[in-house]
Design a protein around this ligand. Structure first.
Ligand SMILES: [Zn+2]
Length: 383
């Protein structure tokens, strides 16, 4: 991937005119030409123009034109080089699929997912442009909510916890219902900042602990005690058993925690869906599925099940959302049509396996213990 990235960086530098010894950017050339023209216009208004001046102007225009032509050539060559580097890096053609997102409903859902992604990740101008061009309707309320989210996140980045605290107090019931530590962590961050900024006898930090942190003692007793014990190790907290509290992550982690809680309050997932799709797909899953497809085609065994993957794709822990049951008899993953069933002995196999093991009279002998039971007494298990 190194070569295409290098070529891309070069293309950008050439376009922006930041490469030494090369022509300035096209915008730069046009701007300087415009400036010359304005200058001449001003001169014309106040004074008559000499012939020499006009000749010079014609030369300047010609020179700028040449500069821009050369620049365009430079950019074109850089694009060609990048294209070649990409062809070299990606020898496999992109997999071809049946056209996706063709129905109006599917197209609208995709557009709205992309627009919400831009809003959620704080790319408001890109979102506006996308909404305008795609014609998708996004609830004004959602836009306002995400603008508020990013206003609060920006404040947090500037070490201002007040807007976040204000949101917490408005949504206290929601936060309490899911035992969120957000509010306490905001105060913890503030307390540590005070603690590390003040000198003995640490009055500002002490009074913050006494007036604010004290309210969280019952819910966060252990952490509260750890915070107060920090005083004994000052001013060398980073070389103490409480070094983790001196780390900058105590403050920076607040942003993602806040964003998670904020999105949860809107009924949205913990992670941005498009990011998850991109991370998993581009993280190797797509390439592995494509390889499996090719191998299966060569072996003349087509992959037919639409709701099942042909191979196991290992996901990062943060992308595992629910438990998966694999039948110990058939080794297949359970599905909605073939769910896990628990027999009276407590052993679980999938429905299909249960059917296969049943005798004509409906009795099943558990494959894992001596118990025999009736097929109909098995219970479906929900994960
Ligand atoms: Zn059993």
């Amino acid at each position: 991937m190194d070569v295409p990235l290098k070529e891309l960086a070069k293309l950008r530098a050439i376009t922006e005119g930041t490469l030494k010894g090369r022509n300035p950017s096209i915008e730069g050339s046009l701007d300087s030409l415009l400036q010359t023209l304005y200058q001449v216009k001003n001169e014309l208004e106040t004074d008559s123009m000499s012939k020499d001046r006009l000749v010079l102007l014609a030369q300047t225009v010609e020179a700028k034109k040449k500069e821009i032509d050369e620049k365009q050539k430079e950019i074109y060559n850089a694009i060609v080089r990048l294209g070649k580097a990409l062809d070299k890096a990606f020898t496999q053609p992109l997999p071809s699929y049946d056209p996706l997102f063709m129905s109006d409903d599917a197209k609208a859902s995709l557009d709205s997912t992309v627009a919400v992604h831009f809003l959620r990740t704080g790319q408001f101008s890109a979102a506006e442009m996308f909404i305008q061009e795609s014609g998708v309707t996004i609830d004004a309320e959602i836009r306002n909510k995400f603008e508020e989210l990013h206003r609060i996140l920006t404040a947090l980045r500037m070490q201002d916890i007040d807007p976040a605290l204000e949101w917490c107090s408005k949504n206290r019931q929601f936060l309490q219902s899911k035992s969120s530590p957000l509010e306490f962590y905001l105060h913890r961050s503030q307390f540590i900042r005070l603690l590390l900024a003040c000198e003995a006898p640490y009055q500002p930090a002490l009074s913050y602990a006494n007036t604010v942190l004290r309210n969280y003692y019952t819910e966060h007793t252990t952490e509260f005690r750890r915070l107060l014990a920090c005083f004994t190790y000052l001013p060398k907290l980073e070389h103490s058993p409480y070094a983790d509290l001196a780390s900058s992550t105590v403050h920076t982690d607040l942003e993602s925690l806040f964003a998670t809680e904020y999105c949860a309050s809107l009924g949205m997932s913990r992670q941005a869906p498009l990011k998850v799709v991109g991370d998993i797909g581009a993280g190797g899953a797509l390439a592995r599925i494509e390889k499996a497809r090719t191998v299966m085609k060569e072996k003349k065994s087509e992959w037919s099940q639409s709701d099942e993957l042909p191979i196991e794709i290992t996901l990062a822990p943060e992308n595992r959302y629910h438990s998966i049951f694999a039948c110990p008899v058939s080794k297949e993953q359970s599905t909605e049509q073939n769910p896990p069933m628990m027999m009276v002995c407590g052993h679980v196999i999938t429905k299909d396996s249960l059917h296969k093991l049943s005798k004509v009279n409906g009795r099943v002998k558990c494959p894992y213990c001596p118990t025999e039971s009736v097929q109909t007494s098995a219970l479906r298990i929900y994960f």
